[in-house]
Design a protein around this ligand. Structure first.
Ligand code: SF4
Ligand code: SF4
Length: 209
């Protein structure tokens, strides 16, 4: 049998303790608020408040913000209107209409490429599905619309020039900055091995002398 005893057949109303009746736990909450207020007021260096939009947090390079349709060096869209992103989209918010490309090697291009940003859940599946790296995400989350129509962004609004600002990129297939970090880490490990070898050789020479 359970140590808590039998389940009560007639549930009794909860009885508040004296401390709870006097609302004393409320004071501890007020104390936390007051403490943060005083700390922020007198020690501005310790404040955690960000004065957005003048100040912005440094976002992860994997942040999934507003989409970007990438372009080829000649300025044309990389998208070949294969519909894979639209098929992968769980929110069904990508609308594409395909046209025949004059270049037979490319076959198709999007006549229309719209994303309904109010339906988008920013999952990044469209980026994962794209075989052409034609759609990536930025770390831009400033999306404000005054009416429903503005939330449907077109390919002209999604298109970015070939050389876009690297610091504004978000979720995408390749992360050159991470590759640079890994390379530095590998070099660091090699340096550690070299250092260990050098120390071993030094101690061996001291022992021999
Ligand atoms: S991020 Fe997700 S929800 Fe938004 S368009 Fe891409 S697949 Fe659809
Ligand atoms: S963005 Fe990529 S997945 Fe979507 S239609 Fe264009 S090429 Fe295909």
């Amino acid at each position: 049998m359970s140590s808590r005893g039998a389940h009560p057949r007639h549930p009794a109303p909860y009885r508040y303790t004296i401390v709870e009746r006097l609302y004393l736990p409320l004071l501890s909450g007020l104390w936390v608020t007051l403490r943060h207020f005083v700390r922020n007021f007198f020690g501005r260096g310790k404040t955690y408040t960000i004065n957005y939009p003048e100040e912005r947090r440094l976002y992860s390079p994997r942040y999934r913000g507003h989409h970007i349709l990438t372009t080829r060096p000649d300025g044309s869209l990389r998208c070949v209107a294969c519909f894979l992103c639209a098929a992968a989209c769980p929110a069904e918010c990508i609308h594409i209409e395909a046209g025949e490309h004059p270049d037979l090697n490319i076959e198709k291009y999007p006549l229309l490429y719209n994303i309904d940003m109010l339906r988008c859940v920013f999952c990044g599946y469209c980026v994962d599905a794209c075989p052409e790296e034609a759609i990536i995400m930025s770390n831009n989350h400033d999306m404000a619309y005054f009416n429903r129509g503005q939330s449907v962004v077109t390919k002209d609004e999604l298109q970015k020039p070939y050389a876009y600002d690297e610091s504004r990129l978000g979720y995408r297939p390749h992360y050159p900055e991470e590759q640079a970090q890994h390379a530095a880490l590998r070099h660091g490990l090699v340096d550690l091995v070299e250092e260990a070898r050098r120390q071993g050789a030094d101690s061996a020479s001291r022992t021999a002398s």
